[in-house]
Design a protein around this ligand. Structure first.
Ligand code: S3P
Length: 433
């Protein structure tokens, strides 16, 4: 489906964005492994999170989805009572489902096959195959290309002390979940701190998890656990989804938008610092916290922006927001450089190439580098036909660019936003009225 977007008048009012995708996935997974019921309210009912639910249903876990109340109930089976799936586990477009569930399947007493759509099947899985094999599991890439489909034979696992070459919450979480089934402590050290929802949430479910800064990087450790306990949790709004409204309000003259109850965990909230460094008006109000996850309302007003540099240890805290940061940079005065972000190449699309191509076609002076982008901002953008590459974050980022550009923009395969934010276009429309 194509979607046509026109330049917008001021965006004004309040918005409550859907629940956090990373936390919603984990609520289902950890709930499935816990004793008793887990109830997650303000759960994100998007295609990716439904992929996680369907996979666990195939593993014998009963769930109840209440769409009207945005609530999911997961009736946990405990760590050792998942049942062998009767067919392939299909993870759709979801890298998080694929990598995290691999760690769980590595500890089961049965075999499973895991695959996803063409994007998931082109994403690197050696980053989880290697440590899981090191723990004693048998994980084979069926086509011997380091990608899905994966054939996983669960085994008795050994504790491992793994140095991850990349800062990746998916890799870290996969290893920690396998560590629940190991015979001794398991730890994973990453070069910079990636999102820490797994550490916080597993602690809430009763696991013994530590996180320490060491000379080698950030080390997360877990003890093998006899049992986890089901929890009730309220999922905060997803800052990755809020990012599109933060950017739109900054870019469209006359805008003022209040975004309610957004998760501002410091391992996720890098975009707030970037907006400040670009001179944008952004305020955090009504701060709260639940289960170790801080949240706040975010008030954003239209502001002139200036270029900035985004690099180093800050990258994991806004990795999914870099395409929309590039859009902000296109409208900012001066040059913006994004460095140390080679991970962008292995997301739902190669986001260095998809962002660069899309913004160039709108008239932006943007250059791809090996690990980021250089954007010469400040020229007006014009409407164009954009290939979203079926990547939800590219479709939404370019929809924001279209609001502040001149003329009409068409986004191809625009329905891919269902992966993380099915009501995105309606919510955007509601602020423009
Ligand atoms: C996620 C981790 C990140 C992020 C993804 C969600 C998670 O991936 O890009 O959208 O929920 O753990 P990496 O771990 O590959 O950086």
């Amino acid at each position: 489906m194509n979607r046509t977007i026109h330049p917008s008048g001021p965006l004004r009012g309040e918005i409550r964005i859907p629940g956090d995708k990373s936390i919603s996935h984990r609520a289902v997974m950890f709930g499935a492994l816990a004793e008793g019921m887990t109830e997650a309210s303000h759960f994100l009912m998007s295609a990716d999170c439904l992929s996680t639910i369907f996979c666990f249903e195939k593993l014998g876990v009963r769930t109840e989805i209440d769409r009207d109340a945005d609530t999911v109930r997961v009736y946990g089976r405990g760590l050792h009572s998942l049942t062998a799936p009767d067919s392939v586990l299909y993870t759709g477009n979801s890298g998080t489902t694929t990598r995290l569930i691999s760690g769980i399947l590595a500890g089961q007493a049965f075999d499973s096959v895991l695959t996803g759509d063409s994007s998931v099947c082109s994403r690197p899985m050696n980053r989880v195959i290697r440590p899981l094999t090191g723990m004693g599991a048998s994980v084979r890439s069926k086509n011997n290309n380091g990608c899905c489909p994966l054939h996983i034979s669960g085994r008795n696992l050994h504790g491992i002390d793994y140095m991850s070459p990349v800062a990746s919450a998916q890799v870290k979480s996969c290893i920690l979940l396998a560590g629940l089934y190991a015979d001794a402590e398991t730890s994973v050290t990453e070069p910079a701190l990636s999102r820490n929802h797994t550490e916080l949430m597993l602690s809430g479910f009763g696991a013994c998890v530590r996180s320490d800064k060491t000379n080698d990087g950030w080390k997360a450790s877990i003890q093998p656990e006899p049992s986890l306990k089901g929890q009730s949790l309220s999922v905060p709004g997803d800052i990755s989804s809020a990012a599109y409204f933060i950017a739109a309000a900054l870019l469209v003259p006359g805008s003022e938008v209040l975004i309610r109850n957004v998760g501002i965990n410091p391992t996720r909230a890098g975009i707030i610092e970037v907006v400040r460094s670009m001179g944008g008006s952004i305020e955090l109000i009504n701060k709260t916290a639940q289960g170790g996850e801080p949240a706040a309302d975010i008030l954003v007003r239209h502001s002139p922006l200036r270029g900035t540099v985004i690099e180093g240890d800050h990258i994991p805290a806004l990795i999914d927001e870099l395409p929309v940061c590039a859009v902000m940079a296109a409208f900012a005065d001066g040059r913006t450089e994004i460095r140390d972000a080679a991970e962008l190449k292995v997301k739902e699309s190669d986001r260095i190439s998809s962002t660069t191509e899309a913004l160039s076609s709108m008239g932006c002076h943007i250059t791809a580098t090996d690990d980021g982008m250089i954007i010469e901002g400040g020229r007006p953008l014009h409407g164009a036909e954009i290939d979203s590459r079926k990547d939800h974050r590219i479709a939404m980022s370019m929809a924001v660019a279209a609001l502040a550009a001149e003329g009409e923009t068409t986004i191809r395969d625009a329905e891919c936003i269902d992966i993380s934010y099915p009501e995105f276009y309606q919510d955007m429309q509601s602020l423009a009225e």
